[in-house]
Design a protein around this ligand. Structure first.
Ligand code: MSP
Length: 487
């Protein structure tokens, strides 16, 4: 089966931060898990480069928008391997391949009669040469940048007939209760549609930094339409000389944050219908990472958890583990450096790392490194049975936090098993040889199982342990602490 997973594409006017890392890591965990299951996986991430905020940020720095985009897209691209992220392609909306395909799809939307020219009216700043949206306007109707009075202006825009899809969207939500997940966000999207849909602006006339409207070249497409289409366009040119659309379209999961719900759960399916393209299977909406003060993280509030600090202090896998473990995927959650350190000490170093090192050390001490080729303990087998299937079922529903919890219960179970069997005591009495063989074989096999299931969450660490455990029947090799104790 094919499995196509996407992240939102990131605005290049800001620096990469924890929110970006979060969505990307979650999508990566799903992609890696599906690859382990031998599904045909395509995992896409990238940058959203057009639109006014990027053009404004560039001009403020004395740069052309493309120069700023080039510079910042590189930083997002470099972030991916740093996070252990295994994306199959990195799309930039300034790619020619993307622009051509955006034009092709939106031309079809136009030809199908879902566009019209209309008047856009809004508050305009003559110095910015730009419209301001309601929530950025300062009190007294002033420009947020120049603090001068805004003027009421009108501009001719192309509009997208979103209202034409009112019934089709209602039907979609009636027929497919898992189109948007989790249910809270399905309900939110449905309620939004139920209020009645208004047509939306599809193009901008004054702006130059965007994809040209092919049937009216003085206009560029409104950035959200250009951006949403990345999920489709990438498949057309990600592999030179090959079109992956037939193999991967439509997406299995679009992973998004809750702030961009309306675009992905209302505009996006309507746009796809207008272009006669198949709709995604699921849009999964995750929550916000909040600062220790319970507010959405933001630089100005100073409540930010810096992903680079976590990676430097505790390692990349610790960051991945922490984000998937501490905040239930799909809900909001508070994050902070103290909590990362607590999870690191209690779970990564003391539970998993310790289980790994003592299992290997005992096989070396008592059996010269050779894992006894005997049957595993049926008592323990029962408790590990069905785990891979249970984890797979949760991952199918994009529930990495719950999957990780199931795996972790077994990590703890294995540690208790060490205490129960106390191999160091069995080793004292030759009469207990068979019991010791069974205990060691069971520990190694149990560890191998949890380690494999943990791979999508912590790829580098689990690779190390896998190599140290060797193939069944082979020799185990010594292992540096996977998560060294902090000084
Ligand atoms: N460019 C648009 C998306 C276009 S997709 C066709 C965009 N970019 S963004 O860079 O601002 O945000 C990308 C994602 O990061 C969003 O899904 C957003 O929810 C997520 N996060 C940004 N801050 C966040 C937190 N504090 N917590 C969790 N994720 C948040 O929106």
């Amino acid at each position: 089966m094919s499995f196509y997973v996407t992240t939102p594409i990131y605005y290049v006017n800001a620096e990469p931060h924890l929110g970006h890392a979060y969505t990307t890591i979650a999508a990566d965990v799903l992609a890696r898990h599906m690859r382990q299951r031998r599904e045909d996986v395509f995992f896409l991430t990238g940058t959203d480069e057009h639109g006014e905020p990027v053009a404004d940020a560039a001009h403020a720095q004395g740069l052309e928008p493309k120069e700023l985009a080039d510079r910042n897209a590189e930083r997002f691209k470099a972030l991916m391997p740093r996070l252990g992220v295994s994306n199959d392609f990195f799309i930039r909306t300034s790619d020619e391949g993307h622009e051509l395909r955006v034009q092709e799809v939106l031309q079809r939307v136009h030809d199908n009669g879902y566009t019209y020219k209309g008047l856009y009216e809004g508050w305009y700043c003559p110095r910015c040469a730009d419209f301001k949206v309601e929530n950025e306007i300062l009190e007294g109707c002033l420009c947020p940048i120049h603090e001068i009075p805004l003027e009421r202006h009108q501009e001719e825009n192309w509009f997208f007939r979103l209202s034409a899809f009112q019934e089709a969207l209602e039907r979609l939500y009636a027929e497919r209760p898992d189109f948007v997940m989790p249910p809270r966000h399905f309900n939110e999207a449905r309620a939004f549609i139920a209020q009645g849909l208004q047509d939306v602006s599809l193009s901008r006339e004054r702006l130059k930094w965007g994809v040209t409207v092919p049937w009216d070249v003085g206009h560029v497409f409104y950035v959200w339409f250009d951006a949403l289409l990345n999920y489709y366009t990438a498949l057309g040119y990600a592999r030179p000389g090959e079109d992956l659309t037939g193999r991967f379209w439509p997406a299995t999961y679009h992973i998004i944050g809750k702030d961009i719900l309306k675009f992905h759960t209302v505009f996006w399916p309507a746009l796809l219908m207008a272009a006669e393209l198949a709709l995604p299977h699921h849009v999964f909406v995750h929550g916000f990472l909040l600062g220790a003060d319970g507010r959405k993280m933001s630089k100005s509030l100073g409540n930010v958890l810096d992903p680079f600090q976590v990676m430097e202090e505790l390692g990349d896998d610790a960051l991945r583990f922490y984000l998937m473990r501490d905040v239930a995927f799909g809900a909001d959650g508070t994050v902070g450096m103290d909590a990362v350190r607590m999870r690191y000490d209690a779970e990564l170093a003391n539970e998993y790392g310790n289980l790994a090192s003592r299992t290997i050390a005992m096989v070396q001490r008592y059996r010269d490194g050779i894992v006894p080729g005997v049957a595993t303990d049926p008592e323990l087998d029962v408790e590990l049975e069905g785990l891979p299937q249970d984890v797979a079922a949760l991952m199918d529903r994009a529930q990495p936090t719950q999957a990780l919890e199931l795996i972790w219960q077994r990590v703890r179970r294995l540690n208790r098993y060490v205490e129960e069997r106390a191999p160091w005591q069995l080793a004292r009495d030759p009469a207990d040889t068979a019991k010791l063989d069974e205990a060691l074989a069971s520990l190694v096999e149990g560890l191998r199982t949890v380690n494999t299931l943990l791979h999508p969450f912590m790829p580098a660490t689990t690779d190390k342990l896998r190599a140290a455990l060797g193939a069944p029947g082979a020799e185990v090799t010594s292992l540096e602490p996977l998560f060294p104790k902090r000084g």
